[in-house]
Design a protein around this ligand. Structure first.
Ligand SMILES: [Zn+2]
Length: 356
């Protein structure tokens, strides 16, 4: 039984905006905007009335995961393999190149960052359903005891019991929304993404220091896979490993030299550690503005054959293979929203422009 909304409709007012309290059958509770509530309800109605059909969609659709509850993922993969078809990214690229005829209802599964939970909990689910996946490694953090910078920030902020005004460094003080911890965390991350690498690193260090946390104590949930685990995945054959830079910076906000080093350096490092060619790339953050023609050119020059974004749109004939759109799925998705997304019926979150 998929997770679904069991209760909805309590209106609350937070930070001057009307929000709706949702409770899912799998226990997640959240406040969402009216727009999100409307989209969720639309998905539930379509799904329960049996109006969702994956096979009407002709072109492959690429999904983007980061971290996901394994039980929810299992249900999603069961649904996908029963009603649609899971294909590899290479097959989707072959369709784009006109070398293969698209199979209706085809879906490509991808994961960014590659946490240990992917190896421990997601890999067995992929194997059980025979679903191929492409996963994108951050080469300098993979195999280390360190974590990605945004996870370090989350770790520091989540554990803090006091006022965020006492934890955040001076340059992040604008992020504080009194009485709204979630909003503050989101704003702090957004500001940090805009900072220079040095400034961001200094802020992350300060947050950890102020919170009394040391890098050698990074919790398991933030740890990425080891190289040994990456090698096992490669040998098993169902998972393809791609590059996702060396340290996960937003490539349009770093110097030309640094961007090249991040793009080509991660390819070289993964190839050296795994002994295989790395041909797929994912832009960090991946939204419009986080990549451009110059960066896409670098990715091609480094020897990759494709690059994925997080711009939610359908794949269409003629799509640039260095700016492939993907639909995001996370723990807030129900089986209904998953089904509606893979059927290509979800209201568009952003319009994919070919020239990016
Ligand atoms: Zn990432």
């Amino acid at each position: 039984m998929g997770s679904f909304l069991v209760y909805k409709g309590v209106w609350e007012r937070t930070c001057g905006r009307v929000a709706i309290h949702l409770r899912y059958s799998h226990g997640v509770q959240k406040l969402v905007s009216f727009r999100s509530w409307l989209k969720n309800t639309y998905a539930e109605v379509l799904f329960r009335m049996g109006l969702v059909s994956i096979n009407r969609r002709r072109w492959p659709l690429i999904l983007h995961y980061h971290r996901i509850d394994p039980m929810a993922f299992d249900q999603q993969m069961e649904y996908l393999t029963r009603w649609g078809r899971a294909i590899s990214l290479d097959r989707a690229l072959a369709c784009l190149a006109g070398e293969e005829i698209p199979v209706p209802g085809a879906v490509v599964v991808t994961f960014d960052d590659v946490y240990r939970s992917l190896y421990d909990d997601i890999r067995p689910v992929l194997a059980r359903h025979g679903v191929p996946a492409t996963v994108y490694l951050v080469s300098d953090v993979t195999g280390s005891s360190n974590a990605l910078w945004f996870d370090l920030v989350e770790w520091g902020l989540f554990g803090w019991q006091g006022d965020y005004g006492d934890l955040l460094p001076e340059s992040l003080i604008d992020a504080v929304i009194p009485g709204d911890a979630r909003g503050t965390r989101r704003r702090a991350l957004r500001l940090l993404r805009r900072f220079s690498l040095d400034e961001r690193e200094r802020c992350v260090d300060e947050i950890l220091k102020q919170a009394g946390l040391a890098l050698n104590e990074v919790p398991d949930r933030y740890r990425l896979v080891s190289w040994e685990q990456a090698r096992t995945m490669r040998k098993e054959g169902l998972i393809t490993l791609g590059g996702h830079t060396r340290t996960h910076p937003i490539l349009t906000r770093v110097s030309q030299e640094r961007a090249w080093d991040e793009v080509a350096g991660s390819k070289g490092r993964i190839e050296e550690m795994l002994g295989c060619a790395v041909t797929h790339f994912a832009y960090p953050n991946g939204q419009q503005g986080d990549f451009d023609e110059r960066i896409a050119g670098m990715v091609a020059e480094a020897g990759y054959r494709s690059a994925v974004t997080t711009v939610a749109a359908r794949l269409r004939p003629g799509n640039d293979r260095f700016a492939l759109p993907r639909w995001g799925i996370d723990d807030e998705d129900t089986l209904a929203t998953f089904a509606v997304k893979i059927a290509g019926l979800w209201p568009r979150a952003g319009i994919y422009r070919r020239d990016r």
